[in-house]
Design a protein around this ligand. Structure first.
Ligand SMILES: Cc1cc2nc3c(=O)[nH]c(=O)nc-3n(C[C@H](O)[C@H](O)[C@H](O)COP(=O)(O)O)c2cc1C
Length: 171
């Protein structure tokens, strides 16, 4: 029984979490942009995706690979500015087909936004967006960035993977 981590990110934080999970479990890591990232080669999958503009960035790949993802054990981790919440669950639900979502456990991880790494235009867009954000903390984070990266937050995912690996060995 083979497992792998497939990740989709833009600015490096989802990749960092994928690397931490890979180190803790020995699972290989594949970027979905890589042509060799074929989920049908594995029995269980850890899917990692950043959230940009209220959507999972893995959504198009997930739809394109739906038949390969169906029926395989899966864990989803999202990486976002927003923490675990009904709002985040809604974004996840709107990004993926319901049949797929019903087969997965979802763990929400905190991301990072470094304003020095994004374009001047994007900084202006985030600033304008912040003017309409009623939450003062979220407003500040849109304007100045944030770092919610936390290595220890991968523990529930590592635990689920280990349980899966143990079930496979004992069956
Ligand atoms: C253009 C842009 C849009 C974003 N949109 C959202 C969003 O809608 N909701 C959210 O919670 N976080 C949002 N974020 C924060 C990202 O989810 C966070 O920076 C994440 O760590 C990015 O992951 P990555 O480094 O793997 O690309 C956004 C960040 C950027 C730069």
């Amino acid at each position: 029984m083979k497992g792998a981590i497939f990740f989709s990110g833009k600015y490096g934080s989802t990749e960092q979490y994928a690397k931490w999970i890979g180190e803790a479990t020995g699972l290989p890591i594949l970027d979905i942009k890589d042509d060799h990232a074929d989920p049908s080669k594995y029995d269980f999958l850890v899917l990692g995706s950043s959230v940009l503009y209220f959507k999972l960035t893995i959504r198009k790949w997930a739809r394109a690979n739906l038949s390969k993802l169906n029926g395989r054990s899966k864990i989803l981790f999202s990486v976002s500015g927003a923490g675990a919440s009904a709002k985040l669950n809604n974004w996840v639900a709107n990004s993926l087909p319901e049949e797929l979502l019903s087969q997965m456990e979802h763990v929400a991880l905190g991301g990072k936004l470094d304003h020095s790494k994004i374009s001047w235009w994007l900084r202006q867009i985030l600033w304008v967006g912040s003017l309409f954000n009623p939450n003062p903390q979220a407003r500040k984070e849109e304007r100045y960035g944030f770092d919610h990266m936390d290595k220890s937050s991968i523990e529930p995912i590592v635990e689920k993977i280990k349980q899966h690996q143990q079930r496979v060995v004992s069956s």
